[in-house]
Design a protein around this ligand. Sequence first.
Ligand code: AMP
Ligand code: MG
Length: 421
Amino acid sequence: MVSIDEAQRLIRERVTLLGVEEIDVLRDAAAGRVLAEDVYGVEPLPDAPKAAVDGYALRSADGSAPRRVIAEVTAGATPGLRVEPGTAVRIMTGAPIPDGADAVIAVEYTDERDSVLIVQRTLRAGDNIHTVGQDIAVGQLVLARGTTLGAAEIGLLATVGRARVMVYRRPVVAVLATGDEVYEPDGEVFPGGVRDSNRYALMAAVREAGGLALSLGIARDDVNVQRAAILAALDQADVLLTSGGVSMGTRDLIKPLLAELGTVHFGRIAFKPGKPTTFATIERPASVRSAPLLAFGLPGYPVSSLVSFEVFVRPALRRLQGDAHPERPYVRVTLCEPIRPSADRPEYQRAVVSWENGRLMARSTGRQGSSRLLSMLGANALLIVPAGMTPYAAGAELDALMTGHLAPPGASSGSSSAQPS
Ligand code: AMP
Ligand code: MG
């Protein structure tokens, strides 16, 4: 049995960066992709001094004296005129500053009649002028390799004219459900059967983490069927996630299969929920993919499989695609209510964290059973509860892994049946 830290290290050491590909930022789905190159400014922005407001370009040395308005310049125009002493030019936001002018007065502080401009304020040189390179300088690092593209980043790439950039390939993640009792959720379920929630929940989690989810369906608890499914992943995927079949039962076949096909790095973690989580690598011919398949045997209980994904798989998926910040943030939270620890293993309890009176406050999502998927509902954090016998009282502080956005103050689980554990 390995510790959580040890398990995370064993995974981290076996994650290698995926290759890169070029995308068209303007046409492809660029959001969520991770940059594989540094992007620099190659032109100054703005490229010429420009008006920052609608108003009049003038000479500050003329003080409060009235000016004669000699022309109008709009954005996109090339002025080709000169502001002499005693004159001004009507100018629009984004228009280039004409020669001779050294300031722009906002139209709100002016009065223009019969082409005579009265100014209600005096200006200093440079007022309301965007200088060359003020927003982006030539040679400035605009976006660093490892940056995840979001709205601002895509806007910046468009700004600097980088319609095509190199990003890391997204990991192809094959997801296999196992179990004789497991059925497709939209079909008939025989008595004693359960609907396959894990494969669909895990595929959604894979996509959220930037991966391409590939369903391998449901494999019966038959060693040949499961072997064939793992070999299919070896042909097509960077990562394999299996659900179920990693515990101590006679129909738990995944661990021996991974050992037969590759190298198992750990098969048990001192961790709750998800003790049987298994990690293996499987070598393959370089013609298929250069790196070995990273195989995660996740537990069958729905909560265990998702929490194990969050703690062990997600950071690996982010690392594979070059994310400079693959880990979610850890924060210190104050308990709103008592929490009972697990006696023998550190436990990641599902919690709702909100900002209240200057502190991050955590509430439990209720009963923490591994089969109770409702305990994930509304959770935006995993509360890291060290093993022990003594409950933590309300007001105690613990570390938590933030898995979502902060909840509004007082928010608790979205489940109406939530009860304190
Ligand atoms: P196992 O680890 O295979 O013994 O499974 C543990 C528990 O998780 C059993 O109660 C299974 O019925 C349940 N389970 C296994 N696979 C799934 C799945 N894909 N979706 C929902 N529950 C599952
Ligand atoms: Mg099973």
